[in-house]
Design a protein around this ligand. Structure first.
Ligand code: SF4
Ligand SMILES: [Zn+2]
Length: 297
């Protein structure tokens, strides 16, 4: 079963606001073992059984059609399978075909992949769908020591090659950047996040999403105990997004999934999250919430 779906508004470069349907598919676990990743909880042991992802997507789209009041297909379909779309073990070839058929009514499709698994299969899928393909890639951090510790097996040269390959082939790039990556000194965490956003924008990303590192996978707690990880805060997320709005060639957003778990002042938290939601969609900076209780701006 797909483990969820969400319909939301998303801004694109140029200012158009799209309706995007994200479907979280359940398939094989990702072969990379990034220290900060908690996506394995949404995966299966062993390879994805052929046909499973097509059925999952089909049932989400059917349920949505039953509920949709406006009868309109959202502009974008985002398929997140907690792994790499172009890895045959995660997405068997027959599902690539099945998914391409189901995705045909959408004007744009986003799938996720490690930079290392972008290649011929990416082009093949781009040709199988009538819509515009976008691939979401984790850049995570460009802090050299921290990047080496992530266990992601990604160097910047490999990321650059993947970004160039996508752009040469007319495929859009979406990038995930971490806030609070382990081994980044806590007083430099916002600075390194903003630098990674800039790096992604310079390499042609259309959208960059800032993702606060979540604890809960055990490894983050271990690193925290050793003093190598400090959970990022809501204020740091605001600061990172505000500073990233200067990169106007791309849309930069703060990922608000699980935002209630970020450390924050209980008096102004809700107002701050609402402000982030508005800035995500508008792209316009807004004055910060001032709070008499925590004194933060
Ligand atoms: S590549 Fe992505 S899905 Fe795979 S372990 Fe790393 S963060 Fe998780
Ligand atoms: Zn407060």
């Amino acid at each position: 079963m797909a483990h969820g779906s969400v319909l939301e508004d998303e801004r694109r470069p140029g200012g158009k606001v799209e309706r995007a349907l994200t479907v979280f598919l359940t398939g094989a676990e990702c072969p990379f073992t990034c220290s900060f990743c908690d996506l394995w909880q949404w995966t299966l042991d062993g390879p994805t059984p052929p046909g499973a992802l097509t059925r999952q997507l089909e049932s989400v789209l059917e349920a949505r059609d039953g509920q949709a009041r406006d009868g309109q297909t959202p502009d974008r379909l985002k398929l997140y399978n907690a792994s790499n779309f172009f890895d045959q073990r995660a997405v068997p070839s027959e599902d690539v075909l099945g998914i391409a058929k189901l995705a045909a009514p959408f004007a744009a499709i986003t799938v996720e992949s490690h930079a290392n698994t972008i290649g011929a299969k990416t082009l093949e899928f781009a040709r199988q769908i009538p819509g515009q393909l976008e691939v979401a890639v984790g850049l995570e951090t460009i802090h050299p020591a921290a990047a080496a510790q992530l266990n992601k097996r990604l160097d910047l040269a490999r990321f650059d090659t993947a970004a160039r390959f996508l752009s040469d082939n007319g495929i859009d790039l979406r990038v995930f950047v971490l806030l609070g990556a382990p081994y980044v000194p806590v007083d430099e965490t916002v600075g390194w996040t903003v630098r990674a956003v800039e790096y992604a924008v310079e390499r042609g990303a259309s959208v960059v999403s800032i993702i606060p590192v979540r604890g809960g996978n055990g490894e983050m707690e271990r690193l925290q105990g050793l003093g190598h990880f400090t959970p990022p805060t809501l204020l740091q997320l605001e600061e990172s997004l505000d500073l990233s709005l200067q990169f106007t060639k791309a849309v930069v957003t703060a990922d608000l999934w699980d935002v209630d778990r970020l450390p924050a002042c209980e008096h102004c938290r809700a107002e701050r999250v609402e402000r982030l939601r508005r800035v995500n969609v508008s792209g316009r900076s807004e004055s910060r919430v001032s709070c008499g209780s925590c004194g933060a701006e």
